[in-house]
Write a protein of this length. Structure first.
Length: 418
């Protein structure tokens, strides 16, 4: 990428490539020769820095050296005239009026065709510099927008991760329903199992009562039969026969009742066993569904946490990079505006110099001198050099994290109503 700062160097290459004496210039942090050491020790307050080339010059130096050395009072030195133009191109940026030393020096310029051509050539070189400055602004805007577009890439990937995590959450919902349905069936079987045990206990109590009654009747009948064995049936009277028959019939009824109670007890016991077996098997299956449900919760929680952490970390890194880029872009934009304003002012003055027809036009009270001063009050701002702020997008919201299994919060949320 070629910046305005690089292209302005073309101006100085042009100036340095001429037959002029450039010993009076100091480029960057280069050192001066021993014979120039006194000139190098100049006050920093008189320096100007061109941001395009980082060239440091002393304002008014060529003219001051020429004047202090008792140079040609008519300004006939071509080198002197071109050096004045060089110093003018060098700055300073922030000047709001033409430096008096520069105007004083320009008033001594002898406007030869060579000097005018030099000014026009410098103007032509500045045109490409202006194009490069605008291009640099566009390049910075594209670079900033490219970094900004990275936020959309992060968001797209985050949405994919969230969709995968959401799918796992939906799987969790399905697993939760299977578990809850199973537990409801288990609860029904549990109630049936409790009721069956209760019926077993009731039938057992009834059977024990019937057995006691039957045992008593059995003992009485057994005693009567023993008497009959000992005495014989002939010993019984007609009334005794009737009484014996009634006892036998009562014994039969009691034994039937006991047999019914005993059968009922064994039926209830068998039914309870079946219900208990069904309940136990259902509980085992439900425990398996609970484990599958809790595993799915763990997977969904891990997917949600991972997607959130990955995105948050990437967003924080991108945001930090974007802030660095936008700060740098803003700083360079300000630099280019300063460069643009200064070089446009230079172009304005050079344009006036290139059009001078007589040496006297630059005299102290000349109209051209005032027109040069006017170049310092003109607004050369270019809207294309401004790079509007582009705030970073707000971070995306993460998925809500489900409670982790084996925690009180999870048990309360999922199993409180079981």
């Amino acid at each position: 990428m070629v910046s305005g700062r690089a292209n302005i160097a073309l101006v100085w290459l042009l100036l340095s490539a001429s037959s002029l004496d450039v010993a009076g210039m100091e480029l960057g942090s280069g050192t001066c020769g021993a014979s120039r050491s006194a000139e190098c020790a100049r006050p920093a307050a008189r320096d100007s820095v061109l941001l395009s080339t980082r060239v440091t010059l002393q304002a008014g130096r060529a003219y001051a050296a020429h004047r202090d050395a008792g140079g040609d009072p008519e300004g006939e030195s071509l080198n002197h005239n071109k050096n004045l133009i060089r110093e003018f191109v060098a700055g300073p940026f922030a000047a709001e009026s033409a430096p008096p030393s520069l105007l004083e020096g320009l008033s001594t310029i002898r406007l030869t065709p060579e000097v005018q051509e030099f000014a026009k050539q410098t103007l032509r070189t500045l045109e490409s510099t202006f194009t490069s400055i605008l291009q640099a602004s566009q390049n910075d805007t594209r670079m900033r927008d490219t970094i900004y577009a990275g936020f959309a890439d992060l968001t797209t990937q985050f949405h994919r991760d969230k969709a995968a995590a959401t799918s796992k959450l939906e799987d969790t919902d399905a697993a939760r329903k299977l578990h809850m349905d199973c537990r409801e069936e288990e609860s029904t079987l549990f109630d049936q199992q409790r009721e069956s045990v209760h019926q077993v206990n009731l039938s057992r109590t009834a059977e024990r009562g019937e057995m006691k009654t039957a045992q008593q009747k059995h003992d009485a009948v057994t005693l009567r039969f023993q008497e009959l064995v000992d005495r014989g049936l002939d010993a019984l009277s007609l009334a005794g026969h009737a009484e014996h028959l009634s006892m036998v019939r009562e014994y039969e009824d009691v034994m039937k009742s006991y047999n019914t109670a005993l059968q009922t007890y064994h039926t209830r016991l068998w039914e309870s066993g079946n219900v208990t077996k069904s309940y136990t098997e259902k509980k085992t299956r439900c425990n398996g569904k609970q484990a599958a449900f809790e595993d799915s919760v763990c997977e969904a929680a891990e997917a949600s946490q991972t997607s959130c952490d990955t995105y948050s970390n990437a967003y924080a890194t991108r945001l930090q990079d974007y802030k660095v880029v936008t700060d740098n872009v803003a700083a360079r934009a300000n630099d280019r505006k300063a460069e643009w304003n200064h070089l446009k002012r230079v172009a304005c003055v050079l344009d006036k110099l290139a059009g001078v027809e007589a040496n006297g036009d630059l005299a102290t009270n000349g109209t051209l001198r005032q027109r040069i001063q006017d170049c310092y009050t003109m607004d050369f701002a270019d809207k294309d050099l401004g790079i509007p702020d582009k705030p970073s997008p707000a971070p995306e919201a993460c998925l809500s994290m489900p409670a982790w299994p084996c925690t009180d919060a999870f048990a309360q949320e999922e199993y409180a109503n079981l």
